[in-house]
Design a protein around this ligand. Structure first.
Ligand SMILES: [Zn+2]
Length: 312
């Protein structure tokens, strides 16, 4: 028995056949055809599902070994209906799409949809950095910033399908954010923000160059990274104080450079607060969303059937 886990992002769609213990079977990755809008994205989802199903041995009555499909999608997702309540221009036309309804009708499997960062948190909880923790925050420092809170092993969703951790206000009156506020966390510690501040130092710099120059102890890069670390600490301390997680798991592309600034960050974090705060890097990388989406599907099936996975 397996589920299909799909991670739908603004750049690519990654999907795989996932066993009940997280075994990764066949996987597929395609570019997200954002230029084709909603219909194109739906077609791409159906394409990856069909390709994965083709790899399975079929019984006379169909692909019986897949129990359900889980999808982690960028944007705000209403989990009960599997509808996208809001998506930015990263997924044009995606707002309002009834993903669950459309895919169930087309493919005949139960489909469950969750926000991509919440799905990644579920993945880290299942198989990654947060396996030992029941209460944790997962913060994805990607192009933007996403976040999820897991309490008692469950991913929390509010009445507006939040929380929106990237839009915690860090510097009131600060940089304008696409959410309409000023000074959001996302404007200071995301990949996009790092690229922006790197360019402010030198128009030829990007975040990679910034990190390289930081490693070489360039004074300008050190100054910029000190501010980045200061802001990241402030955001994480706010999250710690507000939600009291056992640990905060940091993922996303910005964390690729973590070994180069980890020591400075940990020192600054503990200098900035006496609150007991534990921060650890995510472990699953680009697989977190796909695995978490598969876990979402497993969880929903167990909840619906009232059965234990062990009997399969
Ligand atoms: Zn914002």
């Amino acid at each position: 028995m397996s589920t299909i886990g799909i991670d739908l992002g603004g750049t690519k769609i990654k999907a795989g056949i996932i066993g009940k213990n997280g075994e990764i079977g066949q996987t597929i990755q395609v570019m997200t055809p954002i230029e084709l809008g909603r219909d194109g994205i739906m077609s791409a989802l159906s394409f990856v599902i069909d390709r994965l199903l083709e790899t399975l041995p079929t019984a006379a009555d169909g692909n019986v070994s897949i129990r359900a499909i889980g999808i982690g999608s960028a944007g705000r997702v209403h989990r009960e209906t599997g509808t996208i309540t809001f998506a930015t221009d990263n997924l044009p036309g995606w707002t309002g799409t009834k993903v669950k309804e459309l895919l169930e009708r087309k493919h005949g499997f139960p489909v469950f949809v969750e926000n991509d960062v919440k799905a990644a948190a579920l993945g880290e909880s299942w198989l990654g950095a947060a396996r030992e923790w029941r209460h944790f925050a997962f913060i994805a420092l990607g192009t933007g910033i996403g976040g999820a809170l897991v309490y008692g092993g469950n991913v929390i969703s509010g009445p507006n399908d939040g929380p929106e951790i990237g839009h915690i206000m860090l510097h009131p009156g600060g940089a304008a954010c696409n959410c309409g506020q000023n000074g959001c966390l996302e404007q200071y510690v995301s990949g996009k923000a790092l690229n922006r501040v790197a360019r402010e130092v030198d128009v030829l710099w990007d975040s990679r160059k910034l990190i390289r120059m930081f490693v070489e102890k360039d004074a300008r890069a050190t100054n910029v990274m000190r501010k980045f670390i200061h802001d990241l600490c402030a955001g994480l301390i706010t999250i710690q104080n507000a939600f009291d997680p056992q640990t905060i798991v940091l993922g996303g592309g910005v964390m690729d450079s973590y070994p180069f600034w980890q020591e400075h960050f940990i020192t600054a974090l503990h200098a900035a607060t006496s609150v007991d705060i534990r921060v650890i890097p995510a472990l699953l990388g680009n697989d977190a969303g796909m695995l978490g989406a598969a876990k979402l599907a497993w969880n929903e099936i167990v909840a619906r059937d009232g059965s234990s996975l062990d009997v399969w």
